[in-house]
Design a protein around this ligand. Structure first.
Ligand code: FES
Length: 241
């Protein structure tokens, strides 16, 4: 175990933990938008910046990436940190003025109307990359990616059409913190809507109860991964038990 200080409190941690992990474990609030325990941290939103002092050197670091270390002194709520976070929240608000998540975060940080120009009133994507990371790291498909640079940066699938690699699992929609990606199951079709495209997938119908219960493509993928017959997934879970 190691000992570090967060906001004047001595706390214990394991060496492989990040500063954010340790702060959360000790009920110390640090705002975040781009972390999810199912994927590796990436450090894209920068909301989790803290001041880290080691010896005589103090730096602003992303706490979701920064490793806890013995003797480290962390400040999560200094004036400098608050000012940086408010600036980031203001930029996010200008990027996604309608996002409930961003508005709540900005509100919590005391940010009102952003001073920056709003380019797209309806944009909900904060470019956190959680969707692309879950698709790559958890589903192992890499069906979507972040493309382009600067103001053109966006989440995209190849040619903005139904992606062959996408298995319709909807993991991207589940992890999206701002509902920029949504999923709807209706009338035997799963629809996944992204900022610049919409994909539709046929659902499998249970022969016993008639429920549409999972996308055919996802079931085929699961059978292949598990090396079992697709027949195993013919009935829905309720009718199987
Ligand atoms: S939570 Fe650390 S950079 Fe987003």
């Amino acid at each position: 175990m190691i000992t570090l200080t967060i906001d004047g409190r001595k706390v214990q941690a394991e060496e492989r933990q990040t500063v954010l992990d340790v702060a959360r474990q000790n009920n110390i609030y640090i705002p975040t938008l781009c972390v999810n325990e199912s994927v590796q941290p990436y450090g894209s939103c920068r909301l989790c910046l803290v001041e880290a002092t080691r010896g005589k050197r103090t730096r602003l670091v992303a706490s979701c990436l920064y490793p806890a270390a013995d003797g480290l002194d962390i400040k999560t709520d200094s004036e400098k940190i608050s000012a940086v976070r408010r600036m980031i929240a203001e930029l996010l608000l200008a990027r996604c003025p309608q996002s409930a998540e961003v508005k709540a975060l900005a509100d919590k940080l005391g940010v009102g109307q952003p001073r920056f120009k709003v380019e797209d009133e309806d944009n909900l994507c904060v470019l956190c990359g959680l969707c692309t990371r879950v698709c790559e790291e958890v589903v192992d498909q890499s069906a979507i990616s972040l493309v382009n640079r600067g103001t053109q940066r966006e989440v995209s699938i190849p040619f903005n059409e139904n992606s062959d690699a996408c298995i319709a699992c909807g993991s991207c929609a589940y992890v999206c913190p701002t509902e920029a990606i949504t999923l709807e199951d209706a009338g035997g079709t799963r629809t996944i809507t992204m900022p610049n495209c919409r994909m539709e997938f046929k659902m499998s119908q249970c022969p016993d109860c008639g429920d549409y219960w999972a996308p055919e493509k996802q079931l085929k993928w699961m059978a292949e991964k598990a090396n079992i017959s697709p027949e195993v997934f013919s009935l829905c879970p309720d009718c199987r038990s």
